[in-house]
Structure formats: C-alpha cells, structure tokens
Ligand binder design. Sequence first.
Ligand code: AMP
Ligand code: ZN
Ligand code: FE
Ligand code: FE
Length: 276
Amino acid sequence: MTFRADLHCHSIFSDGTSSPEKLIGEAQESGLLGLAITDHDTIGAYARAMPYAKSQNFPLISGVEFSSLFEGESIHILGYAFALESPHIHALCAKEVIMRAERNQRILMNLKKLGIDLPEEEVSMHCPQGGVWGRPHIAHALVQRGIISSIKAGFDQYLAEGKPAYAAVVRPSCQEVIETIHEGGGKAVLAHPHLIKKQRILKRVLELPFDGLECYYARLPPDRCEPFLRLATQKKWLITGGSDYHGAMKRDNPLGASWVNEETFRTLHTLFLSHE
Ligand code: AMP
Ligand code: ZN
Ligand code: FE
Ligand code: FE
C-alpha cells in the first residue's frame, strides 16, 4: 500500500463538518497513514484530536491554515509541526479571531441593510467553543433559512468580494504569519499557490521565507502541479499536499484526494515529536 498522509483538511472547529474524532476515523477508513488538521485560524480541534489520535495510535501532527494579506490579496499559509502549546501560535489565533469577529459583525450588518436579519447565534450555533466561523457559516445559515439554494450561491449573491454583503477584512501580513509559525517551532507552507491569480503577487510571495509549497492540492491535475514541483525542488522547500477536505461544506474535495509521501510526513512528524 502506498504511504499517503493528507496535510490539509478542516473540522467543525472551522468550516468543515466532521468532528476531530470523525476526521481521524475518516482518515483511517481512507487508508491514510498520517494527517494534519488545518482549520482556519484555530488549533481548537487539537484538544480533542490529539488524545483521540493517540488512543488510536494514529500519527497526527499539528496544523493550521492562517489567513493573511499581501498587498491587499488574501494569502493562506499552512503551519505544520509547531508546538501545540506555543504562546506565539495561540496569540496569532486569538488575534485572527478578533479580526474575524469584527468583520463578521460588518457582514451581518450589511445583510440587515438588505433586509436579512441574521442573529449571530443563528450562524455560530454549529461552531463549537474555540472554533472560528466566517463566510461559509453565514452562507450555510442563509441556506437553512431557504434564502439561497447553496453555499456557492451565498458567495455569488452576497458574500464574495464585490457582492452587496461583502466586508473587507483586516488580516496579519504574510511575514508576521511565517515568523509566528517559526517561533512556534514549525514549518510555514504557502497553501494552494495555483489560486493566486495575479502573477506579480505570486512572484513576490514566493520570495518570502517559506519552508514549503503545497504543490499537490485536492484534485488538481498533474500538469498544474508540475510548475510548483519544479519551483519547490529548486528552492529546496518541502513539497506538501492535501485535499482541503471540508466535509459537506465542499463536497468535491474528498479526504485523501492529495497527500504527501512517507519521507515528507516523517520529517514533519519527527519535528512535531521533538516539541513534546
Ligand atoms: P472567510 O475566511 O470567512 O473569508 O471565508 C473564506 C472561505 O470561504 C474560504 O476558505 C473558502 O473555503 C470559502 N469560499 C470562498 N469563496 C467561496 C465561494 N465562491 N464558494 C464557496 N466557498 C467559498
Ligand atoms: Zn475553508
Ligand atoms: Fe485555503
Ligand atoms: Fe483550507
């Protein structure tokens, strides 16, 4: 059996629909031999995920997907194998939560102006303590109300940039996020580089001190991975990959759709264990 470890997935602590325990169960069922849970701006899932993984003897490493901004463009940065107790990581998560809460308020206010009165509790009720919510959860609440037919429609009609309920967001810089991951003893990886459409931005972002590049992503065809594989090899960066599984929130990304090999996982796992 080929060794596969999925390094990109979301739990109910952000915009996934599986509990931490279910996610590990799904990883085992999919034949994955390693996993990192990369919730948006929170490591809340790990308080449950780590003890459960240990009880199952399943190799789980720390992970997170931080939102950042580079010259006004949204950039996602994955952190791996940092110490789960790192005060630097905890502080950045807390800061992102504050920025999100403020932005969520502005989105809900914009919806109110459009005649949709969505109380915060109606959006946050599916999100556990220590979890973060954002636009996908707002879209989900709108679907449950029957206002729109799908999460995608929620973005297309209300929440995407330029749409009537959109609110701009304040986020940490890429530099700050990379530095924080390093302070936590982890590796910083540029997530889904193919989604950065402006080549000028991509070029400059790739000059930042990352340790790895997410070359394999969901069901991205091999010819789209190729340029990033070459780049990561050239820079001697880690080549990482993952499904970006979101459960029922995004049905087209099954867990295990992309993965890393044994060597890459072992490198990160060894680093992670060194903090314990
Ligand atoms: P937020 O962090 O609140 O800005 O929400 C961003 C998340 O929403 C992304 O990580 C995606 O998972 C999801 N998302 C962004 N654009 C769309 C879209 N057009 N349709 C569905 N989901 C989207
Ligand atoms: Zn997401
Ligand atoms: Fe992302
Ligand atoms: Fe993601």
